[in-house]
Design a protein around this ligand. Structure first.
Ligand code: SF4
Length: 213
């Protein structure tokens, strides 16, 4: 049942809600989830540079990827308005993210959908709990996850996203350095790419973030 919106949420209620969202992430299949203060969030222009140079194949292909996604200055201002977020990790087998086969066959698509599912369910729960400005971010291009064989509808003037409640932007699309943030909270992260063999890394991580209040 939706809870009424309060201008000032009592701290004990806020902390109980954050813990409930953290546990919800685990129940939905996350490997780990942490309540973080927003000073843990890192926004860095070099993340945007990595989208542009060398140009990512997804650059400009959807409303949620650069250059169409949120600019970094606006992202900073938005993040400054929040005090707490739930940071979510989904560990995946390295064979799904490392190596040429994983890249060519798009094996990471399912885990991109999964982390977004966890994020969107928590974002929705928080919204109906009265955190009406809660904002969720997933990992990877929504074009790959939801519209791999179709043009992005949201780029057509006057047309909405086909999956507005599920297809969040990615943390990196907002200019966040999710890798450093993971390191800050004690999660092991490895650089992974097509030239790495799955046997060289123990696992891959998909990361998501829900800014709550
Ligand atoms: S989910 Fe599809 S329609 Fe929506 S922004 Fe992403 S690519 Fe565009």
């Amino acid at each position: 049942m939706p809870r009424k919106i309060l201008e000032k949420v009592p701290e004990d209620l806020l902390q109980a809600d954050l813990e409930r969202y953290r546990k919800m992430a685990l129940e939905l299949g996350a490997t780990d989830a942490k309540i973080i203060t927003t000073d843990v969030i890192v926004i860095d222009e070099r993340v945007r540079a990595k989208c542009m140079y060398p140009k990512c194949r997804w650059y400009g292909t959807s409303a949620n990827c650069p250059p169409n996604s949120m600019g970094l200055d606006l992202t900073r201002k938005i993040v400054e308005k929040f005090r707490y977020a739930v940071f979510i990790k989904l560990e995946v087998p390295s064979s799904e993210v490392a190596g040429k086969e994983a890249k060519d066959k798009g094996l990471s698509r399912q885990s991109q959908l999964k982390i977004r599912e966890i994020v969107s369910k928590i974002e929705s729960r928080a919204f109906f709990d009265g955190y009406h400005l809660a904002l969720g971010l997933g990992e990877g291009p929504c074009k790959n996850a939801f519209c791999p064989d179709r043009e992005c509808q949201a780029l057509i003037p006057g047309q909405p996203c086909r999956h507005p409640l599920k297809a969040s932007s990615s943390m990196e699309g907002f200019g966040m350095d999710a890798f450093i943030m993971a390191a800050r909270v004690g999660w092991d992260m490895y650089p992974i790419g097509a030239s790495i063999s799955p046997s060289e890394v123990p696992f891959g991580n998909k990361l998501g973030l829900v800014l709550i209040h």
